[in-house]
Design a protein around this ligand. Structure first.
Ligand code: C2G
Length: 131
């Protein structure tokens, strides 16, 4: 049973997010997502449209996601990897190199981001088209 973990805000779930989740799941058998809490989003300087609970509900509906846990800070990853017996840590390559310190605990893989799409882009499009 290969266990994979990834983290993110996952606001306004789009195909770029799903591409990441799909590839992450395909690296193993069980995918855990550390979902950024509303408070942690503040620390990340990210305002999400949906609340944590709403983002959690949406993420849990994704066929590639087996478990959603809260991401409350930058420091919890090592504990999470130990607690959930994680074999592989995955992030989009906008984070390339940033989590290499986790290589002492599990495999670290950065996957190419899906070009052209972001939650921010979707929000701006809706706003500028009064949708
Ligand atoms: N992503 C992607 N392609 C996109 C947009 C996002 O592959 N077009 C990936 C990101 O690289 C990330 C994941 O989808 O791996 C979630 O993206 P965000 O919600 O923007 O996550 P972020 O704010 O980068 O939070 O501790 C890590 C942080 O919580 C990561």
């Amino acid at each position: 049973m290969k266990r994979v973990i990834t983290y993110g805000t996952y606001d306004i779930l789009h195909y770029g997010h799903v591409n990441l989740l799909k590839r992450a799941k395909n690296l193993g058998d069980y995918l855990i997502v550390g979902l950024s809490s509303d408070e942690f989003n503040e620390i990340k300087n990210k305002k999400s449209y949906y609340t944590y609970k709403q983002r959690e509900l949406i993420l849990e509906s994704c066929r590639y996601v087996d478990l959603v846990i809260p991401e409350n800070n930058w420091e919890q990853k090592i504990d999470d990897i130990k607690k959930y017996q994680v074999d592989i840590f995955v992030m989009g390559d906008d984070w390339n190199g940033k989590f290499d310190y986790l290589k002492d605990y599990c495999e670290v893989i950065y996957l190419p981001r899906t070009p052209e799409i972001s939650s921010k882009k979707v929000k701006n499009h809706l706003k500028h088209n009064n949708l």
